[in-house]
Ligand binder design. Structure first.
Ligand SMILES: NC(=O)c1ccc[n+]([C@@H]2O[C@H](COP(=O)([O-])OP(=O)(O)OC[C@H]3O[C@@H](n4cnc5c(N)ncnc54)[C@H](OP(=O)(O)O)[C@@H]3O)[C@@H](O)[C@H]2O)c1
Length: 229
């Protein structure tokens, strides 16, 4: 998909919180916390500044996150919290389901998923997006997620990981901006990467970004990038 293929698609920010060597969690899934409290506060501000945030199902299975923007004072409006869960693996007791009263939630799942069999709740503020598969990977098609997001009037979307979902957005060529928080630790190649495989065969085909700012936040570095090609 070319960046302009979806005329009404939201602008897309990829947020990464990694070790120096670009890892987001240990092999066993432990990820709390790689970056410090100051960087996490900036993440909450970024959430509040976007219409929606999205994570992959493995992130919810590992961390059971709430994904709300928690600031003092609390923002007047919470972002729509989206989980990409093609195979319907989320527990009905997941925190994301238990916090719908705090702000809206959408679960994007394959159009073949039998919602009745899963026992997922049904309440005001909770939407299910029945989404077609990407025929190459079997995962949810990013184009389908973005079409549903556009229908929900999402004009800015922040991808919060993990690495598998992030690389699908990157492969789709739709990541306009990267907000990268980097902690001064090393986790090694057995830890989970911030981006899955891109399958590149030529450097010239690599997605390229221009760094537009670098800030120190607590002990971490916050780099911002915009897409060049
Ligand atoms: N440091 C950080 O900032 C940070 C942020 C987020 C996560 N994490 C950590 O990262 C780990 C999880 O990351 P992960 O890379 O293993 O998994 P992930 O990206 O969170 O989730 C991957 C799952 O999402 C589902 N999915 C649906 N549509 C997809 C698509 N188009 N492309 C890819 N996946 C899609 C797939 O499951 P189905 O086939 O069932 O749909 C896939 O297995 C956890 O340990 C978490 O703690 C760290």
């Amino acid at each position: 998909m070319s960046p302009g293929a979806l005329s009404a698609r939201p602008s897309i920010t990829l947020k990464l919180a990694t070790s120096l060597d670009g890892r987001i969690a240990l092999a066993n899934g432990e990820s709390k916390w790689i970056t410090g409290v100051e960087a996490r506060l900036e993440t909450h501000k970024l959430r509040a500044a976007h219409d929606a945030v999205i994570v992959g199902s493995e992130t919810v299975l590992a961390d059971d996150p709430e994904l709300t923007a928690r600031l003092d004072p609390m923002p007047g409006k919470q972002p729509l919290r989206i989980v990409a869960d093609g195979r319907g693996r989320l527990s009905p007791n997941a925190r994301i389901f238990r916090t719908v009263s705090l702000g809206p939630v959408a679960i994007a799942t394959l159009e073949t998923t039998d919602l009745d069999a899963l026992g997922w709740p049904s309440e005001r503020g909770l939407q299910y997006w029945m989404t077609p598969p990407d025929l190459a990977t079997g995962h949810l098609a990013i184009s389908g997620i973005l079409e549903a997001a556009a229908r929900a009037r999402v004009s800015s979307l922040m991808v919060e990981g993990g690495g598998q979902l992030a690389v699908s957005f990157m492969r789709a060529g739709v990541v306009d901006r990267i907000e990268w928080f980097r902690a001064s630790i090393l986790l090694g190649a057995d830890a989970r990467p911030c981006l899955g495989g891109l399958g590149l065969e030529k450097l010239a085909a690599a997605p390229t970004y221009q760094r537009i700012s670098v800030k120190q936040v607590g002990a971490d570095l916050w780099e911002s990038y915009v897409r060049k090609n």
